[in-house]
Design a protein around this ligand. Structure first.
Ligand code: C2G
Length: 131
């Protein structure tokens, strides 16, 4: 039977840390679904707008060979619903979210993978600003 994996994120200013988490998420099963934060949800989480608008972030993710399906995540409160809707067997998140989604163990397996050190969208924005 196909093992379906789901993960969530903003994936703004796409970088190698994003590649690493998505490749490893895909290896947890056979099919990877990615929930991409809407522009509005990202603003609510981070108090700044993403550099790339949601439609572009969706298109970048859809272009990756290790991503099978992409949808817009409108609210953090809808995780259980998305897990059911996309029939996920496993939820994968980076370990900056460790423990935060343990409630979802009622719906599927939950795995936190180590983040890639020394890279983030916020740091890239700072580096570019300083050029
Ligand atoms: N990530 C990583 N290594 C980095 C940077 C990010 O492994 N150096 C991972 C994060 O842990 C996350 C994914 O990449 O699993 C996406 O990161 P963000 O775009 O920062 O996602 P975030 O805004 O944390 O959204 O519902 C949960 C949220 O929507 C997660």
């Amino acid at each position: 039977m196909t093992k379906r994996v789901i993960t969530f994120g903003t994936f703004d200013v796409f970088h190698i840390g994003h590649v690493n988490i998505l490749e490893r998420a895909r290896k947890q099963g056979d099919y990877l679904v990615v929930g991409v934060s809407s522009d509005q949800l990202n603003f609510a989480k981070k108090k700044r707008y993403s550099v790339y608008p949601q439609d572009q972030r969706v298109r970048i993710l859809r272009a990756l060979r290790f991503v099978d399906e992409v949808f817009i995540e409108e609210s953090l409160e809808l995780k259980a619903q998305y897990i059911e809707q996309y029939k996920a067997d496993v939820l994968v998140m980076g370990d900056d979210w460790a423990g935060k989604f343990n409630d979802m163990q009622r719906h599927c397996e939950v795995i936190y993978l180590p983040r890639t050190p020394s890279i983030s969208t916020s740091e890239i924005i700072e580096v570019v600003k300083a050029l």
